[in-house]
Ligand binder design. Structure first.
Ligand code: HEM
Ligand SMILES: [Cu+2]
Length: 471
């Protein structure tokens, strides 16, 4: 987890730096596509949230490997301390999951309504507010740990506040569709299905935010229903929507719409069958984290419905995988703008994009830059620079070797105090030899990367024309 956290943190920093420094001429912050905004805010959240879990995991490693006692009650540690550290990361993390999905939904709904996203600036503001408030509410996961009424009341109110910017977003999506020429492609079905489903998850969230009521809901299937509505009904529907929307851009082939619609209906019906009933199971007292329950408590029927629903969702996912397989065998014939209503810059270049993306960096004249040009009667973007040679980074295997090193070091740390019943294995793990080798590989590759100057390479204008790619 520590290694995965590191990867996420570095990835987040990379997105922040890229979005801040590499926007095209005219692409001011308030002209960025909503998906770029949500990726930007998500990356900022990663920057502040992940260090908390990193610290927590370091302390936990001290407990496990070096015999410290931060968290273990029997040795005088405090597990509530762990809960604080974990949830200071954990609640921002749930918004790190959902904000990019909000971005996808914004793009898809606006494209397939043939309308500008309603309330763009309020959308940006709501995203930032959600991110900010997301850091203020972690103790709503700890109402029942005995924080006391003052803390519970404050965290309860802070939590309910998040419903406000979330509501702004929901209404903006609805107003975007209002009066639009809506096309129900698979991507848009997933996006439109997302809206009521996510609202249901938000509503149970606000119910859980009431501290006294949470004493009843906590650790029951009601919470399980809540977070599946927001994560599967939110993030996963958003993911499917985005995959269908950008698939032709990524791979040059449009996924089958017929199969796509089958995926959507089986998945969403299966989803609601699986998780809707869990609200009632929770209220009836079925607890979470226990894989079974006693007979004759009235749980059987609802659990059966849940199981049938889960299989139906499985059918939807398998249909998606089949769709991917079938599509991979088709010719690569997606046009630059396969939905014909593309609004943003990615739809001005070929599908999939050439390795250098844009032959000439385009000039951005407004929000939904491509749509603006289309409305002005132009077929292409106006370039912001003459055709010139394009500087490309060289490919390198070093990051892969670095991660292999980290993997070996991770294994080394995990098994330091295990008894393998084999003196050689005990020796190399117990004396941090495996760990040391792993770290040496990682830091060695980093050293090579820093000492060796790599100037990359250039694609010359003549090659660009030979390839016959349009900007
Ligand atoms: C209006 C917005 C939301 C509110 C008011 C809210 C509120 C809450 C509360 C109070 C709990 C604790 C329940 C308990 O353990 O007794 C909870 C749990 C949870 N929420 Fe939300 N939530 C919201 C949105 C979200 C979103 C967007 C996600 C993820 C995408 C999410 C994911 C989760 C998860 C995973 C848990 C369970 C954590 C665990 O105990 O393992 N929530 N939520
Ligand atoms: Cu939370």
């Amino acid at each position: 987890m520590q290694i995965a956290g590191l990867g996420t943190l570095i990835g987040g920093i990379n997105f922040l730096a890229t979005i801040i420094t590499m926007r095209a001429p005219g692409m001011s912050y308030m002209r960025m596509p909503m998906f770029t905004w949500t990726s930007f805010v998500t990356s900022a959240m990663i920057l502040f949230a992940f260090p908390a879990v990193t610290v927590g995991l370091v302390l936990l490693s001290f407990d496990r490997i070096l015999g410290a006692n931060f968290f273990e009650v029997s040795k005088g540690g405090n597990p509530v301390l762990w809960q604080h550290i974990f949830w200071i990361f954990g609640h921002p993390e749930v918004y790190i999951l959902i904000l990019p999905a909000f971005g996808v939904i914004s793009e898809v709904v606006s494209t397939f309504s043939r309308k500008r996203l309603f309330g763009y600036s309020s959308m940006v503001f709501a995203t930032i507010l959600i991110a900010f408030l997301g850091f203020m509410v972690w103790a709503h996961h700890m109402f029942t740990t005995g924080l006391g009424p003052v803390a519970n009341a404050l965290f309860s109110i802070a939590t309910m506040l998040i419903a406000v910017p979330t509501g702004i977003k929901i209404f903006n999506w609805l107003f975007t569709m209002w009066g639009g020429q809506i096309r129900f492609t698979t991507a848009n079905l997933f996006a439109v299905g997302f809206i009521p489903t996510f609202v249901m998850g938000g509503v149970t969230g606000v119910m859980l935010a009431s501290a006294p009521a949470d004493y009843q809901y906590h650790d029951t299937y009601f919470v399980v229903a809540h977070f599946h509505y927001v994560i599967v009904g939110g993030l996963v529907l958003g993911l499917f929507s985005g995959l269908h929307y950008w698939w032709p851009k990524m791979f040059g082939r449009i996924l089958s719409e017929k199969l796509g619609k089958f995926e959507f209906w089986t998945f969403i019906i299966g989803f609601h069958m699986t998780f809707f009933v869990q609200h009632f199971l929770g209220l009836m007292g079925m607890q979470r984290r226990v894989f079974t329950y006693l007979p004759n408590q009235g749980f059987e029927l609802l659990n059966l419905i849940s199981t049938v629903g889960a299989f139906l969702m499985g059918v939807g996912v398998i249909a998606f995988l089949i769709n991917v397989g079938i599509t991979a065998a088709k010719p690569k014939n997606a046009s630059n703008d396969p939905w014909e209503d593309g609004r943003t810059l990615e739809w001005t270049i070929s599908s999939p994009p050439p390795e250098y993306n844009f032959k000439q960096i385009p000039l951005v004249r407004g929000l939904d830059a491509f749509w603006k040009e289309k409305m002005a009667g132009n077929k292409e973007m106006t370039p912001a620079e003459p055709i010139g040679s394009i500087h490309m980074p060289s490919p390198t295997i070093l990051p892969f070797i670095m991660s292999v090193g980290l993997f070996i070091a991770g294994l080394g740390f995990m098994f330091t105090s295990d008894d393998f019943g084999n003196s050689f294995m005990n020796f190399i793990f117990g004396n941090y030899i495996v760990t040391g080798i792993g770290l040496a590989i990682t830091f060695g590759s980093m050293l090579v990367r820093s000492l060796y100057d790599d100037h990359g390479w250039h694609i010359e204008p003549s090659e660009l024309n030979e390839k016959g790619v349009k900007a």
